[in-house]
Design a protein around this ligand. Sequence first.
Ligand SMILES: [Zn+2]
Length: 268
Amino acid sequence: MVFYKLFLRVFLIIVFSSVFACKSQNEQKKTKEPQKIQIENQTENQKVAQEQKPDLSIMKNYVLGKFDYKKHSDFSRVPKKLASKNIYLRKEVLKAFTEMANQAKKEGVILKVISGTRNFAHQKRIWNYKWNDKYKKTPRDKRALKILEYSSMPCTSRHHWGTDMDINNLENSYFAKGKGKKEYDWLVKNAKNYGFYQVYTSKANGRTGYNEEKWHWSYVPLSSVYLKFYNKHITHKDISGFQGSEFASKIDMIKNYVNGINPDILEY
Ligand SMILES: [Zn+2]
């Protein structure tokens, strides 16, 4: 299992960084022609910088949810028997979920995805509705925190990545007894074997951010790669384009919410 995880991580990092391949090609080209005068090297460096820029912005837009997952070749629609509606996930996530759901079914537990990938525009609709309507009377400085009890700020949702999903029900009380408890207990015991971790665990041990969500699970072999990229390249300036976005830096969204997750995921 350890070897499998290690191999998968290395593989994903290679795939993830393949978009930067043009950089190393240019570097090789440079080393073959050391006699080039400085001015030419400057031009070459500028060219490399220009070629790198769009790749980085593509990946930044990806983790910010600013892309069309329905047209993205790495995404698939979740089959109807495994989903409550029209839902998309990354292909490798869907494969792992299908294996997990099949095994769960053999043991009498039915797992269904009730929410998967949501892009920036979708998250913005949820956020702006709560900002302009549902919590309209809450003072502006407290409104973002109120919404953040259960809803992500656009640009910061793990649902943007195609790696995270909500399973079976959106109430913690559902998972506290009977059928729901059986489903949750099965996930706690088995989900890790398929790469899935509960993201928003109990806050009793000092976890910050969103309240506990027993329904939100992440395919960590892949989402951990995106989280590392996010922490390296995204700043609060990138979190913009919706009502109240100026509160992102005041709340320290990246530290308290994006990284306010199950410590097992942070250490993965
Ligand atoms: Zn969720």
